[in-house]
Design a protein around this ligand. Structure first.
Ligand code: KG4
Length: 340
């Protein structure tokens, strides 16, 4: 049988990425990250779309070359339709449309959030990979989202809990900024927390119903604590940076895990995965290991290369949709708002 090759394009935020899969096996995954935003302490949408325009041709070209295939062999083109930054999505989707039309191959639209979750199904040659079994729960935590998703099948996913204000990654990034750390601050907090005492400072956890999250209160109490302490001692942040990072990280992780545990009990599901940028966090990963031992969870932690935005995860969604012949019309317009 002829192999199925899926070329995928991801451009929802500030990473331009292209990947090629052969069936559910990864052949290439090229990511061009945009450093320009570091200067501004956050992603600047207009600069992101310009950088995507600059990067997209070389990134796609390299992904096809690294896969060792000819573009005429590509079976279908999958692309991120949303959610994301509209200008960024427009660059990827417009390129995808032109490329698919030129090769006369079908297009497959992919939801960015579903892609993060289905990254757990990507296989790599020579690797013993264990994909999650349906149904499973997935904690989806990134700069823009914090959700608990009940994953019933490749296509059927239900958000059973989500943040009512800020995302976990946003809380990390904003608190990191208060500490004078560069953007994105999450990885810096993770690094400094390793040297700190997670019990040094206490921050209140929000009381939110059901399986929903809230991180804006934590952000505010972190800010007020810094303000009050700096008023007494101007060197407070420098003297306590590692303890502040460790305590903040401990609070974010326990907020995330408390609700996930509640959902696991309510749904009677012990197959639990984590996805999104914050899934790179070492304390969150350690908490998953701990819950696995304590409560018999079968856990799925993504490879670090799949925690950030990447096209491999778009390609695996594309592959499953290809098997269902679930193609989209060329007129499909990108969408920016959150949906799954
Ligand atoms: O999924 P992602 O790459 O994209 C967006 O949502 O834009 O997630 C990025 C987020 C940022 O908030 C970043 O600070 C956070 O993931 N992040 C981390 C770590 N690595 C990335 N947060 C905590 N610890 C980390 N090691």
């Amino acid at each position: 049988m002829k192999p199925v090759y899926i070329l995928a394009i991801e451009s929802s935020c500030d990473d331009t990425s292209a990947a090629v899969l052969e069936g559910d096996y990864l052949l290439s995954n090229v990511i061009a990250s945009q450093k320009v935003h570091e200067l501004y302490g956050g992603v600047v949408p207009e600069l992101a779309s310009r950088a995507h325009q600059h990067n997209i041709v070389p990134v796609v070209d390299l992904a096809i070359k690294q896969a060792g295939i000819k573009k005429e062999e590509i079976s279908a083109l999958a692309y991120t339709r949303g959610p994301g930054l509209m200008g960024s999505l427009l660059v990827g989707s417009s390129f995808a449309k032109g490329f698919a039309r030129a090769l006369d191959i079908p297009m497959i639209e992919v939801n960015h959030l579903q892609a993060h979750i289905l990254a757990h199904f990507i296989k790599e040659k020579g690797e013993d990979h264990q994909s999650p079994q349906f149904p499973f729960l997935c904690l989806l935590v990134s700069g823009g989202n914090s959700q608990i998703v009940l994953v019933k099948s490749y296509k059927d996913m239900e958000i059973i809990g989500q943040t009512i204000d800020d995302a976990a990654g946003e809380a990390f990034d904003k608190c990191a900024k208060m500490l004078g750390l560069p953007y994105p601050g999450g990885p810096h907090i993770d690094r400094l927390a390793k040297e700190g005492n997670s019990q040094a400072f206490r921050f209140n956890k929000p009381q939110i119903p059901e399986f929903n999250y809230s991180f804006s209160g934590l952000k505010t109490s972190f800010l007020y604590r810094l303000r009050d302490e700096v008023a007494k001692n101007p060197d407070f942040i420098e003297e306590n940076k590692c303890d502040l990072c460790a305590s903040l990280q401990h609070t974010v992780v326990s907020i995330l895990m408390d609700k996930l545990y509640k959902a696991s009990k309510a749904y009677g599901i012990k197959e639990v995965a984590v996805a999104g940028g914050v899934s790179a966090n070492s304390a969150l990963r350690a908490a998953f290991q701990d819950y696995s031992k304590r409560y018999g969870w079968k856990i799925h932690l993504p490879k670090f290369s799949y925690t950030t935005d990447n096209a491999a995860m778009v390609a695996i969604c594309g592959y499953f949709k290809y098997l269902d012949k679930d193609f989209c019309p060329i007129e499909a317009a990108p969408f920016s708002s959150v949906a799954i």
